[in-house]
Write a protein that binds this ligand. Sequence first.
Ligand code: PLP
Length: 438
Amino acid sequence: MGEWPGPKSRELEKERERYLPRGMSSTMPVFAASGAGATLTDVDGNPYIDFATGISVMNVGHSHPRVVEAITKQALRLVHSGAPVMMPEAYVRLARRLCEITPGAFAKKALLLNSGAEAIENAIKVVRQATGRPAVISFHNSFHGRTLMSMTLTGKVSPYRQNFGPWAPEIYQVPYPYEYRRPAGMSAESLGGACVEAVRQLFKTTVSADRVAGILVEPVQGEGGFVVPPPDFLPGLRKLCTEYQIPLIADEVQTGFGRTGTMFAVEHSSTEPDLIVLAKSLGGGLPLGAVVGRSELMDATNPGGLGGTFGGNPVACAAALAVIDVLLDERLPARATRLGERALARMRGWMERFPIIGEVRGVGAMIAMELVTDRASREPASARTNEVLHFCHAHGLVLLKAGLYDNVIRLLFPLVIAEQELDRGLDILEEALSSVSA
Ligand SMILES: Cc1ncc(COP(=O)(O)O)c(C=O)c1O
């Protein structure tokens, strides 16, 4: 790569500073021009291996021919009719497909929206309507979106909640089982159970169970730093929800569509949520979210109570139907497992050479490493994390951080990435770690 950022990106950066609010920031200082498979190219023609997939959106890769064809065909036929006016055919077809492929051996229905946050909002509307109860429980270190309700449910202050209050009422948060940062003296084995117990405690101290409309949980925390809960956590939560007849809502916005090695992450623990919230990779790059769940919950709202102008747009639905076919036909969830194992093994091998790596963790192709200044104290190495990212960006790798302390490097490569591309991306990351460790 020559001068970086290139001249066109530098020019656009000036325009951006002039015309965009500061709050709308980007990780990379360059501007995207095109994408194909696992490669993104910026406006100056610089190529990058994409380990971010637009935050877990392009699981099937950039411009997958089958997705592009589906989008094109649909756009030539119908771009918008408005689901509340004359529902497009593709809406119904996709709703059926989502009901078929999501876990849960019971009758389901699906509602389509435009984003993850909007889908979260609607999941809360559905469970409040169905239960007649006001309260919702979510977890520390979670991320559910940037609208008022989804932001209130989010368990990280800076930057998502900072100065954006007052918050929506009746939201309560409890700890998520974060093994690497568990309370001193607590064993890893008891952590999952302790976090379920914290919900029971909340029922005693703060809000009684019969006031709770739903418990919202990420099966693996995404923005929180790819925190994989212990195996007993989700089943424990499921059991508690069944006991108190509280709907369990799984936020699979980041974990869904093959990312973790199964179509949906709850499948790893055979947990059947009552509602599943979807977005990101669902639309193959077009804005689309969904709430899929038990028919009796989804049907509680009167006609007109759910929906919106754009939700279930036919072009986005056509893309989603193609995405689902591609994931299944190309067996991408299984590929996620294989690629993830390859990356995990290599990254675990780095731990001997780079003391800055505190932990390498992940499931399927949702892999991360937490950087620390010292392995004993586990003090987050947030500044060094930025240095690693900067090195990677400047050397042709799109990479993101995450975590409560912004010290987690997360890998979200497309599930179609070739092994050599994956290895080349990991080479760059390894060079970055060498450079900041020198
Ligand atoms: C787990 C989870 N839920 C919800 C959202 C919000 O999705 P969106 O940005 O489409 O509103 C995100 C986005 O990162 C997410 O990771």
